[in-house]
Design a protein. Structure first.
Length: 228
């Protein structure tokens, strides 16, 4: 005998859905950083698996293919870091050094405009607003100078996260296929392979669309920023 009416079953179902959603949000808050790291490593492993498959077609063992692709990726990443990080650090230092100079220049312009307006009995209502903006800009410059240690620690944490992502991606490249097949085997036999193919195809199409969109944006923005 069914102890719940259809309305009661519907209400119980929605209550369980709400509770499950709330629990998922709480888990996401607690382990959000870890989940982000794992997902990033999974995406990286998925991307690197394409050149691994290409090498496999030439009868290269999977272990050797993974080693070659991963080593080449790390070398490219290091070269990009060597090329970009020093330039970025130099630009940040120059920005912090130039802000006080810009504040002084703006203050001189403001004084000249105020003097010109006073000689002609012109009331500038924006003077207090401009002074407020200058004070805030000066405070921001001092804050940037005081946060250099936090920036250094944040960079160190980012490097640790990058190393962790690389290690997880290497592990997924070597053993992720077995783990993925084990997950798909939990589904009924006709649906497991179909789900795997559908997910792979969906992610591949999403990746291709994002690459095309990024290429189009680059074609549009690079000439504009170069002109500016």
């Amino acid at each position: 005998m069914n102890r719940f009416s259809p309305l009661q079953r519907l209400l119980l179902t929605w209550i369980l859905i709400v509770i499950s959603g709330w629990l998922a949000i709480q888990v996401g808050r607690l382990f959000g950083h870890l989940l982000t790291t794992i997902l990033t490593a999974a995406v990286l492993a998925f991307l690197l698996n394409y050149p691994v498959q290409v090498l496999r077609r030439y009868r290269v063992s999977r272990g050797l293919a993974v080693t070659l692709v991963f080593a080449l990726s790390v070398v490219l990443l290091v070269l990009v870091g060597i090329a970009v990080v020093p330039v970025l650090a130099k630009q940040v230092v120059q920005l912090g050094a130039r802000i006080p100079e810009w504040v002084d220049t703006l203050q001189n312009w403001l004084d000249q405009i105020s003097l010109w307006a006073a000689e002609r009995n012109i009331n500038l209502g924006q003077t207090e607003l401009v002074n407020t903006l200058l004070n805030r800009l000066q405070a921001s410059a001092e804050k940037i100078a005081g946060q250099s240690l936090d920036l250094l620690l944040g960079t160190f944490n980012q490097v640790i996260d990058l190393v962790l992502v690389l290690v997880l991606a290497l592990y997924m490249l070597l053993y992720g296929g077995q783990f993925w097949q084990g997950l798909l085997s939990l589904f009924p036999k006709p649906w497991g392979p179909r789900i795997g193919e559908a997910l792979a195809l969906s992610f591949q199409n999403f990746l291709i669309s994002q690459l095309v969109l990024g290429f189009i944006m680059a074609l549009m923005l690079v000439p504009v920023f170069g002109f500016l």
